[in-house]
Design a protein around this ligand. Structure first.
Ligand code: URA
Ligand code: CA
Length: 445
């Protein structure tokens, strides 16, 4: 078997065998094939697609290209949740403690920010002292003790994806359904959890902007998860605007704490409760969606969710006092408000551009070696459908310098369209996808 033969076969649109896909994953992990051959094969896959059988075999081969975590020493079903990436998407920091407070065992491996999207690990590291790299033994001990850990994945987890993802990024092959599915699921399967809740975003800040593409991606992940032996439930949720109002690492931690403390409601809480409910469903805990949501709301009202986050922060070396006083989180030196400056209705947002605005302030990486500034970002004061006047606050900027604040303000203004016509609110939910198929959601639930 040679790489050239495999490229030739996929170029002609033929189905690759399991052995050929293992050859590909091994070549990527060990870097035994030159980048130009891997890149050519990625483009052939992007253009000719893969069957579910091929995607599953590639996923398993990528999973097996490195270490796999064995969490069997933790009793019960371990449930993971993964988002395809968004802006102001802080659901993990809310639903993981809430689900854990309701009895779900959560051992979650999270990622860093990618492009315009934020990453849970970066947000967690904005908490003073917080450690996100635990050994497998530490992870197991912590989850056995408190039922919750959110950590980074080790470098040896699915190394084939590391190589392939970096090549996809620079060869215009990121937007391939089988390549996205195998990339995400190989890492999730290697992380050793028993079932996965997927949050597939759709809209102007999402990996897949078009609804039908997002639904196709979600359905493919559910089918391939099933073929690979892991139950997957997927929700397709809206990313037409940032999900939460806070964008930036420490600011997003602050918003998550505000939600867990019962001080804030809104779309971020709504989506977190729905995803958390899916985790409870997969854990076999409570029967009806209403009951699941009520249990999590109770964990907010009685403080159990916030206590669980505190326990996790303390267990991972962080300062749990941030949960009582968010002023202990990193604070930016320049804080000021910008106003809408015109009358009308918020019509639309370029959410990817809003993410890039925070990234440019220092909240995200522009190159691999960039150091993040955890304190910077902004709080968006408007949502799609809001009526505004010139004096309505548009955003509260948290910047390193006034010049940064001014640049961010201009970028945020350019990304938000204010018009004369009325405009409906953006939807949170579009579809729920299980092995039984696609269930479209008509109204904002
Ligand atoms: N996130 C991943 O990990 N992989 C992809 O291919 C896309 C998003
Ligand atoms: Ca292992």
């Amino acid at each position: 078997m040679t790489m050239l033969e495999i490229i030739e076969k996929k170029k002609l649109g033929r189905e690759l065998s399991r052995e050929e896909l293992i050859f590909l994953a091994q070549a990527a992990a060990r870097k035994t094939a030159p980048d130009y051959q891997l890149a050519a094969l990625l483009m052939a896959i992007r253009l000719n697609g893969m069957t579910d059988r091929e995607t599953t075999d590639l996923t398993l081969a990528m999973r097996d290209s490195g270490d796999t975590a064995d969490l069997s020493a933790i009793p019960g079903l371990k449930i993971d949740k993964h988002s395809t990436g968004g802006v102001g998407d802080t659901t993990t920091l809310i639903l993981a403690p809430l689900a854990a407070a309701c009895g779900v065992t959560v051992a979650k491996m999270s990622g860093r920010g990618l492009g315009h999207t934020g990453g849970t690990l970066d947000k967690l590291e904005s908490i003073p002292g917080m450690r996100i790299s635990l050994t497998e033994e530490e992870l197991i001990r912590q989850v056995r003790e408190i039922g919750l850990a959110v950590v980074g994945q080790t470098a040896r987890l699915a190394p084939a994806d590391k190589t392939l993802y970096a090549l996809r990024d620079v060869t215009s092959t990121v937007d391939s359904l089988p390549l996205i599915v195998s990339s995400i699921l190989s890492k999730k399967l290697a992380a050793g959890t028993d079932a996965i809740v997927l949050d597939v975003k759709t809209g102007s800040g999402a990996l897949m902007r078009q609804l039908e593409d997002s639904i196709a991606l979600a359905y493919a992940m559910v089918r391939v998860g099933h073929l690979a032996g892991k139950p997957v439930v997927a929700l397709v949720t809206g990313m037409e605007q940032p999900l939460g109002t806070h964008i930036g690492n420490a600011l997003e931690v602050r918003e998550a704490i505000d939600v867990l403390a019962g001080r804030t409601e809104g779309d971020l809480l709504t989506v977190s409760l729905k995803l958390g409910g899916c985790m409870m469903l997969l854990a076999g805990l409570v029967s009806s969606p209403e009951e699941r949501e009520a249990r999590m709301r109770e964990a907010i009202a009685n403080g159990a969710g916030l206590r669980k986050l505190k326990e996790m922060i303390a267990a991972q070396g962080g300062n749990p006092a941030v949960c009582d006083d968010t002023g202990l989180l990193p604070q930016a030196p320049f804080v000021r408000t910008a106003l809408c400056g015109q009358e009308g209705t918020i019509q639309a947002m370029d959410t990817a551009a809003l993410g890039r605005a925070a990234q440019a302030m220092g909240a995200g990486r522009l190159s691999l070696e960039d150091q993040l500034d955890y304190s910077v970002g902004y709080i968006l004061k408007v949502r799609i459908g809001d009526r505004v006047t010139p004096d309505t606050p548009l955003c509260e900027l948290h910047a390193k310098t006034e010049a940064d604040a001014a640049r961010a303000e201009a970028a945020i203004r350019a990304a938000i369209r204010i018009g004369k016509e009325p405009c409906a609110r953006a939807r949170n939910f579009y579809a729920v996808i299980t092995e039984d198929g696609i269930q479209r959601i008509g109204e904002n639930a």
